[in-house]
Write a protein that binds this ligand. Structure first.
Ligand SMILES: *[C@@H]1O[C@H](CO)[C@@H](O)[C@H](O)[C@H]1NC(C)=O
Ligand SMILES: *[C@@H]1O[C@H](CO)[C@@H](O)[C@H](O)[C@H]1NC(C)=O
Ligand SMILES: *[C@@H]1O[C@H](CO)[C@@H](O)[C@H](O)[C@H]1NC(C)=O
Ligand SMILES: *[C@@H]1O[C@H](CO)[C@@H](O)[C@H](O)[C@H]1NC(C)=O
Ligand SMILES: *[C@@H]1O[C@H](CO)[C@@H](O)[C@H](O)[C@H]1NC(C)=O
Ligand SMILES: *[C@@H]1O[C@H](CO)[C@@H](O)[C@H](O)[C@H]1NC(C)=O
Ligand SMILES: *[C@@H]1O[C@H](CO)[C@@H](O)[C@H](O)[C@H]1NC(C)=O
Length: 772
């Protein structure tokens, strides 16, 4: 039975692993451990194509340096992460985002090795000899242009290594104006503003200033510092089409200019290694961000060690399906790329060097549902720093972000969902947060309308931060159609206010608790009990509502959101999908739809498993919906639907994600599904499904272990027959945080089988926002 068992374990095992009643012998574990490491299970190209936009380059967990190739490939479209599988490489640059939509950001501070004559009339570029290769902390490009490229990344620097073929002239282009662009979304493209570079024959430093991009479009500056392993024979400058020999310093103030330096190492040099540091503060800090101790190989090993220590070694996973193990570690990797730890790197006024700072919240409206809750389990230190960073952004810059990069807030899709990130950390006792300050940030979101910010996509605006449609929320208790996204904003403002109510409660602010709990029910104000959808025999949906209280939208289709964009009634989800987005009061929703049977039927109707394809897991508003059968004690249907979605919407390889990774939100959804639980963000509740892994251990930071076993698991045996939690028989289809992740850790022992058993006869999951 276990001859084809794939076992992976890095930590020393304290007691025998039992799978399907068989004790796995120690020799097998040791054997597998020696030739299989978690790193080997990570597919760096997972989700890089088909809109996933995952960054495949070299980086540390949440690292500021994300060193990767920048590619021009018109057939691929915008390269959001810099990468595309085809086309030509125009730079190896130091900063990228991972898994975003919107528009490409960064792609700055680039080098490009080349051979032959420098031609200022064309963009210097390399053609690949074959597909790029990558493993954690390492990336390689072999080209048809006489040079091969390898690179690795530390926290705030990278090492680039070029191997020139015999006899060629070894050159390196340093293009100060290089940056990613968005040819297909020119309104959000980045522009070069100005820059400067000063060099010797063996190194250089300088800065580049870029503006535009997604979000607020103000200019921002990145400093750089680099050296080469040997001195160049000559250095020349270029600006536009002008080339000057023997010039080592040049500045440019011309937008969109092509300018920089070319280092010529001659034909006797076969290898050039360059250490490149970056900083938002100064050239000096860019230089000091380089770890002088490290050479190329030791940096690769160190970056891999950091990934193992911070992420992979915490888990031990057993499955007879090799793909499940690959899927687990690959998604885990993708869930640890952004935001970026930029403590000490915020150049805006007011920031102190030791103030915790993260950037690249791209975007919280995607990540708050399950990625942030994943961090609050796997790394409470990280979860804490993220909340500290959000608080510090409020303290120094005025508002928490909903989306942010390049040290500036902008944009906000619906509510102020940082409120839910904060509440999630609060209810899970995440340490080292000043909760009075964090709560002040939340309260400002709930009470103060953010300043007007012009946005051509939504001229009613205030899409930069906070809650732009707040006046309606306070006056009417819902958002009227005077504002864009009135339906999705109403739903999200309610959930956000629920988040406030929970923190207020914990801080002993009973008036605030009552006030925000009441406001969290205001989503009910847009529930029109008479609304209908063509082809469905039940009534009652959320709908836009006018200031006078009327619903005059008889032709309004709950199954459609038009363009689902900035100017529509809902962003990124249909009204019927948003109708389920009240995780704090599902009890009320069940009352509104009339019965448990109708509630379950309404979920059925959203998915091809029972109905039509209406809900899309590729957009986060429906992340929780497949698990909601638990609220009517039909847990087996949640299990079945999650299996269905995992099989139909998530795949293996480059086109594996159902749309953008959304900064790792998709990967976090997969991780929870594989484990068999799903968090309700902002609460202590996890809904229980059923595991895809036979056995899993997670070593918690407090030294305890969280453990899952699934006896009987097979492709048919997916349904829960019985469950024990912490050794006790368990008949509820939910469990709270402290029971699993508290000081003693926790265990879930599933017995799985092929019959659709109603084992969950205990109480349904709590609706903490319910007001009787
Ligand atoms: C330098 O980068 C700019 C902007 O990305 C690009 O337009 C230009 O062609 C590049 N110059 C060279 C010589 O590759
Ligand atoms: C790449 O370089 C070649 C050779 O200089 C040139 O013909 C081509 O136009 C360049 N491609 C791009 C996309 O700039
Ligand atoms: C790619 O380049 C590296 C570094 O020069 C070299 O070790 C490797 O053999 C090359 N791979 C192939 C397939 O040519
Ligand atoms: C570069 O551009 C920034 C942003 O517009 C500006 O503040 C700065 O003064 C410029 N620097 C130079 C040297 O022109
Ligand atoms: C380049 O910088 C690295 C890191 O600071 C250092 O180890 C190396 O000796 C430097 N090389 C040269 C040629 O200065
Ligand atoms: C984030 O970066 C700062 C500054 O380098 C560092 O002190 C801190 O430990 C980092 N956070 C984590 C969780 O590694
Ligand atoms: C809001 O819309 C209503 C119609 O529903 C209109 O009468 C009212 O003037 C609008 N208010 C504002 C401030 O635009």
């Amino acid at each position: 039975m276990w001859l084809n068992l794939v076992v992976f374990a890095t930590a020393t095992l304290a007691y025998p692993w039992v799978v399907d009643g068989n004790v796995i012998p120690a020799w097998l574990l040791r054997h597998r451990t020696s030739d299989s490491s978690a790193l080997d299970h990570v597919d760096l190209f997972y989700g890089t194509e088909g809109g996933g936009n995952v960054f495949p380059g070299a980086t540390r967990p949440f690292g500021m340096a994300k060193v990767g190739v920048d590619v021009i490939d018109p057939s691929f479209g915008n390269s959001y992460s810099g990468y595309a599988p085809g086309g030509v490489v125009t730079g190896i640059s130091m900063m990228h985002e991972s898994g975003t939509g919107g528009a490409p950001q960064y792609g700055v501070v680039a080098q490009l090795p080349f051979t032959g004559d420098f031609n200022p009339h064309v963009q210097t570029n390399l053609s690949r000899a074959h597909s790029d290769s990558a493993k954690v902390g390492y990336y390689a490009v072999n080209t048809t242009n006489g040079v091969d490229v390898e690179f690795s990344a530390g926290e705030r620097f990278g090492i680039l290594k070029y191997n020139y073929h015999d006899g060629v002239d070894a050159k390196v282009l340093v293009n100060v104006s290089h940056h990613l662009t968005a040819p297909q979304r020119p309104w959000w493209t980045q522009y070069f503003v100005n820059g400067s570079i000063d060099a010797t024959k063996s190194g250089y430093h300088g800065y580049t200033t870029i503006k535009g991009g997604w979000g607020d479009q103000k200019p921002w500056t990145l400093y750089f510092c680099a050296n080469f392993s040997s001195a160049a024979q000559s250095v020349s400058s270029f600006q536009g089409t002008t080339v000057e020999q023997n010039r080592v310093s040049i500045s440019s103030t011309e937008q969109d200019d092509s300018f920089g330096l070319v280092f010529d190492f001659g034909s006797r040099v076969s290898e050039v290694v360059s250490h490149v540091g970056i900083s938002f503060i100064s050239r000096e800090q860019a230089c000091s961000n380089i770890n002088h101790e490290q050479d190329f190989n030791s940096l690769v090993s160190e970056t891999q060690r950091v990934w193992n220590e911070e992420v992979f070694d915490k888990f031990e996973v057993v499955s007879p399906e090799p793909q499940v193990v690959d899927q687990f570690y690959t998604n885990l990797y993708g869930a640890h790329l952004i935001p970026s730890n930029r403590t000490g790197e915020n150049p805006n006024p007011g920031w102190k060097p030791d103030q915790v700072y993260y950037d690249d919240f791209f975007t919280i409206w995607d990540t708050f549902r399950c990625l942030n809750p994943l961090h609050n389990i796997v790394s409470r230190k990280r979860g804490s720093e993220i909340v500290q960073a959000l608080t510090n952004i409020y303290l120094n810059e005025g508002w928490t972000p909903d989306g942010r990069s390049a040290n500036q807030n902008g944009r906000t899709q619906g509510g102020s969902n940082s409120d839910i990130v904060m509440a999630d950390a609060f209810v899970k006792h995440i340490p080292d947060v000043d909760w009075e300050q964090a709560y002040a940030a939340m309260k400002q979101n709930a009470e103060v309308q953010p300043p007007y910010w012009y946005d051509s996509f939504a001229p009613d605006a205030s899409t930069k931060q906070g809650r732009g449609a707040l006046p309606d929320w306070l006056q009417y208790g819902y958002i009227t159609r005077n504002y864009t996204r009135s339906v999705s904003r109403t739903m999200e403002y309610a959930y956000d206010d629920f988040a406030l109510s929970q923190v207020a409660k914990g801080l002993g602010l009973s008036d605030d608790h009552a006030k925000y709990l009441r406001r969290s029910s205001q989503w009910q104000n847009i529930w029109n009990k008479d609304a209908q959808a063509d082809g469905y025999d039940y009534k009652g949906f959320i709908q836009p509502r006018d200031a006078d209280g009327s619903f005059n939208y008889e032709d309004y289709d709950p199954m459609s959101c038009g363009g689902c964009y900035w100017g529509n009634d809902e962003y990124e989800g249909k009204p019927v999908e948003y109708g389920f987005a009240v995780p704090h009061d599902i009890a009320k929703l069940i009352q509104l739809v009339g019965s448990s049977e109708t509630f379950a039927k309404r979920i059925d109707d959203l998915y091809p498993l029972h109905g039509k394809k209406i809900a899309d897991v590729g957009n986060e508003p429906s992340f929780l919906t497949p698990f909601l059968y638990n609220f009517v004690n039909e847990q087996w249907k949640s299990v079945e639907l999650v299996r269905y979605i995992m099989q139909h919407d998530f795949h293996f390889g480059v086109k594996s994600l159902p749309g953008n990774s959304d900064g790792g939100a998709m990967q976090a959804w997969v991780i929870f599904s594989l484990i068999g639980i799903y968090p309700i963000a902002g609460t202590t509740t996890y809904l229980i499904a059923s595991p895809f892994v036979n056995h899993l251990k997670l070593h918690l930071e407090n030294g305890a272990v969280f453990e899952v076993s699934a006896s009987g698991l097979s492709s048919d045996n997916i349904y829960v027959q019985s469950l024990k939690i912490n050794g006790e028989k368990w008949n509820k289809n939910w469990v709270d945080h402290d029971t699993l992740f508290g000081p003693n850790g926790g265990s879930m022992e599933f017995v799985l089988g092929s019959s659709q058993v109603v084992w969950d006869t205990g109480s349904v999951p709590p609706s903490f926002g319910h007001i009787n």
